[in-house]
Design a protein around this ligand. Structure first.
Ligand SMILES: [Zn+2]
Ligand SMILES: [Zn+2]
Length: 319
């Protein structure tokens, strides 16, 4: 499984050869925290099914859940992914911090950890070294089922920590990002407490606080987790591949809206620094639209928008 690890083109590698893949292992407390924060929101979602509209779920809960969903989703897609991982645009300091904080509220990991894992995904996509490829176990039905589980959420339980010095040295040198990174526990607490606080204040009741805590806290986090993970699992298995990428990344249209445009994953792997992933006619990409609005507001600049010539070069069948 490790034969090809050091032979791949890894742009983060220095002159003295690549730094080690891992910087160590998670300690027990972090590992337990990963289990709790990944499994408890999902268990909450299942427990929620019998709850009925009217007494345990109101419009206040729905509106708070939708608002927190989009704040945290865009923190991940626009901030963690398109800005911090791929530098597909530049952002002013306040906007960078805002996006880092929004992403930190998504209960996925601190920004620098997320970026290091995701850059490793692109450096080794669907080969040994990819943290979450569904194709590492073979192509039999059993191997694919195992691969789907691994790519979707199994990989999160791996104890190996991606080396941030190797994969994200630029962010390690950014004092603002390091500060946000260190406050991850605070943001994780806030992402559950803020909906409860707002639900309580809007309804002026403890019950309103509790239902908002449940729906806009746990259920929202669980749904966002699974949508994000689907990019790693479903979008590396099923869908169309109109652009040339050296892996199995595919465009999966049913998740376009809920994923904020991230399910146009084939184009993303064909052209990772492109700020827009849904580049073809009718491909809705809400994250790209948000970047466009931020550009108009002057919050971000040097956006790498796709050009027709570039897309033509990347299209399958063209050399
Ligand atoms: Zn991918
Ligand atoms: Zn990416």
């Amino acid at each position: 499984m490790t034969t090809t690890l050091d032979k791949t083109e890894d742009s983060a590698a220095g002159d003295k050869g690549p730094k080690p893949m891992f910087e160590g292992q998670r300690n027990m407390a972090t590992q337990i925290a990963v289990y709790v924060f990944i499994l408890v929101p999902f268990a909450a979602l299942i427990a929620a099914v019998p709850l009925a509209w009217g007494w345990g779920l109101t419009w206040v809960d729905v509106i708070l859940a939708v608002a927190f969903y989009w704040i945290t989703l865009l923190g991940v897609t626009v901030g963690y992914h398109r800005l911090f991982t791929h530098n597909s645009f530049k952002a002013k300091r306040g906007t960078r911090i805002l996006l880092a904080v929004m992403g930190s509220l998504a209960v996925q990991s601190p920004p620098i950890t997320w970026v290091a894992d995701h850059r490793r995904h692109h450096a080794f996509s669907d080969r040994d070294g990819d943290p979450h490829s569904p194709w590492l176990f073979g192509t039999s039905p059993w191997a694919l089922a195992k691969g789907f589980w691994h790519a979707h959420m199994g990989w999160i339980f791996d104890k190996d920590v991606t080396n941030k010095e190797r994969f994200a040295p630029d962010l390690m040198a950014d004092k603002d990002l390091v500060r946000v990174n260190k406050l991850f526990v605070v943001f994780t607490t806030l992402t559950f407490l803020l909906p409860a606080l707002l639900g309580g204040l809007i309804t002026m009741s403890w019950w309103g606080a509790l239902t908002a805590f449940f729906w806009a806290g746990f259920v929202r986090v669980a749904i966002l987790h699974h949508i994000t993970w689907s990019t790693n699992s479903i979008c590396h298995m099923i869908g169309e591949r109109p652009f040339k990428s050296r892996d199995k990344a595919a465009n999966f249209w049913p998740l376009a809206i809920l994923s904020g445009g991230e399910s146009w994953h084939n184009l993303h792997h064909a052209d990772p620094t492109c700020a827009r992933h849904g580049v073809q006619r009718g491909q809705i990409d809400i994250s790209a639209r948000v970047i466009w609005i931020f550009e108009k507001l002057g919050w971000v600049y040097d956006v790498r928008w796709p050009t027709q010539q570039r897309l033509a070069r990347l299209a399958v069948g063209k050399d």
